[in-house]
Structure formats: structure tokens, C-alpha cells
Design a protein around this ligand. Structure first.
Ligand SMILES: [Zn+2]
Length: 282
């Protein structure tokens, strides 16, 4: 079917107490793997690309690949701009056909974050495209594992932020970090429930690669309606290729590398969709 927006799939998830998996894709093989996994489990799914990914390809190229693959699928597929870094990029993504965008002003102060987010949300609303924003600091690859409680999202700020910007979903910081964890992250899961109580829009969990299944499940139960998985997909794809090359060093056809990469990503994504609880929610 044609691409759908994230609005209904996330509000359904919110009502149903589960989360939709959002998977970062880098190439055609990863797109096919994610959509096939969702199709096999009859799950709604979001595919997303970061600014560095759309710099590597282009918005138009990723849109064309995802739209073509989604057209063959019977489950709802949404294409989302992850961590949109500017008003301009968010608008370009909407023009290119993306059906959901994130504007990430979380590195700005509260008022500037509101200003840039509202600017994007106002334009996106006119195009019927839902906007995700971020408040609080999700750690980066270099960060320590200890939850930095002072950078976790404040519930009352979250409430004010959503009311003043008009965003349709909000990424909150609860102690996760992007990239892989070297140890066990300390998550403030109670914070999810506190924010859930005062914020009406679906909440989004970033930095889920490497979290335990139980952590992801509990976050979904407490109100996280979208869970992002990125790093572990890239690792699974590349590891499969490395394994093939180690076993068969004379491999020269990129399709052979693509096939093992797709299989690895598809299995991983199926596992994550199950953990999110969105099997048969298409
Ligand atoms: Zn993120």
C-alpha cells in the first residue's frame, strides 16, 4: 500500500499499550529486510533515515526505495526523518514524500527548542505530516553509562513543550544513549509514567539498541509508543557480510553480501517487533 503517516499507527499503539518499531535503514537491502519482517509478522512499521544517511544517498532516493517496497506490502509502512537537524531539512523531507519528520532541537535551550520545533510543526500540519520532537538529552556514543538524571526530561517542561509546539509525538530522555552500551544502562522508567500522566501525545524511546527485552517491554507498557533501533541493525548487516567474506574470501558479487545482510537484519527486526508487542497490529 502507499506510505502512511505515523499518526494513526502511534495513536493505535498508545491506545493498545504497545510500541511501533522504528528502524534506521541505510540501503535498499535494509529497507527490504525491515519491510519483509513487518509483513511476516503483520505489524505496522516505521523506517527512518538520519541526516547523515540522506547525505550519503538523498531524500528522494530513500523515498523512492521505501515507497516501492511499501507498495508491495500489505502492512502500513511509514517513512520518517530521524533527528531532522534543521527546519530546511524537515521541509525538504516532506517535499520528497516522507510521511513523518522529527525536528531535533534538544541541543538548544528550552525556548529555542520550542521555536524551531513549532516552526516545523506549523508547516508540517499544513501538509498533514506528523512531527516528532525531542526534549532532554539522549546520550551519545561517547557518554558514560551512568544515567545522567539532570539531563532526563522534566515532566512539566514536557507538558509545556507539547502544548506550545503542537507536536504529535515526543522523544524523551530517560537514561538511554545512542550507539551500543558497554554495560547495563540505568533507565529511569518511572519517568516515562510521570511524563505519560501529563503529556497526551505518544512518547518515543531513542537509543534502544542493546537494551534488554524486559526494559523495552516495560517502557512500552509505561507509554513509549515508538522505539528506535539503529546501531544494532547496521552491526548485524555488516557482521553478516564479514562472516561470509571470512568463510568465502573469493566472494565478489555484492548481491551475495546483500543477501546475508538482509537475512541478518530481518531476523533481528522480527525479534524487536515481537518485543515491542506489535505483532498482528497492522
Ligand atoms: Zn535518536
Amino acid at each position: 500500500m502507499p506510505l502512511v503517516t505515523s499518526e494513526k499507527m502511534l495513536s493505535d499503539a498508545q491506545a493498545g499499550g504497545y510500541a511501533v518499531g522504528a528502524f534506521n535503514v541505510e540501503n535498499m537491502e535494509m529497507v527490504k529486510a525491515v519491510i519483509e519482517a513487518a509483513e511476516e509478522l503483520n505489524a505496522p512499521v516505521m523506517l527512518q533515515t538520519t541526516p547523515s544517511t540522506v547525505k550519503y544517498g538523498t531524500l528522494e532516493t530513500y523515498y523512492a526505495i521505501v515507497a516501492a517496497e511499501a507498495k508491495k506490502a500489505s502492512v502500513p509502512v511509514c517513512l520518517h526523518l530521524d533527528h531532522g537537524s534543521s527546519f530546511e531539512l524537515a521541509v525538504q523531507a516532506i517535499k520528497a514524500g516522507y510521511t513523518s519528520v522529527m525536528i531535533d532541537g534538544s541541543h538548544e535551550n528550552f525556548e529555542n527548542n520550542i521555536a524551531v520545533t513549532k516552526k516545523v510543526a506549523d508547516v508540517a500540519r499544513a501538509c498533514n505530516i506528523p512531527v516528532e520532537a525531542e526534549l532532554g538529552k539522549v546520550g551519545g556514543k561517547e557518554d558514560d553509562l551512568e544515567a545522567e538524571t539532570d539531563t532526563n526530561t522534566d515532566p512539566m517542561e514536557a507538558k509545556e513543550f507539547v502544548e506550545r509546539t503542537g507536536v504529535l509525538s515526543l522523544a524523551i530522555a530517560i537514561g538511554t544513549a545512542h550507539g551500543f552500551y558497554a554495560g547495563t544502562p540505568v533507565l529511569d522508567k518511572e519517568r516515562v509514567s510521570e511524563i505519560r500522566k501529563v503529556v497526551s501525545v505518544p512518547l518515543v524511546l531513542h537509543g534502544a539498541s542493546g537494551l534488554s527485552d524486559e526494559d523495552v517491554r516495560e517502557c512500552a507498557r509505561r507509554g513509549m509508543c515508538k522505539v528506535n533501533f539503529a546501531t544494532e541493525l547496521r552491526a548485524a548487516y555488516t557482521e553478516a557480510g564479514k562472516k561470509l567474506l571470512a568463510e568465502k574470501p573469493d566472494t565478489f558479487d555484492p548481491k551475495k553480501l546483500g543477501i546475508v545482510g538482509m537475512e541478518a537484519v530481518k531476523e533481528l527486526v522480527k525479534g524487536r517487533i515481537r518485543v515491542c508487542g506489535c505483532v498482528d497490529k497492522a
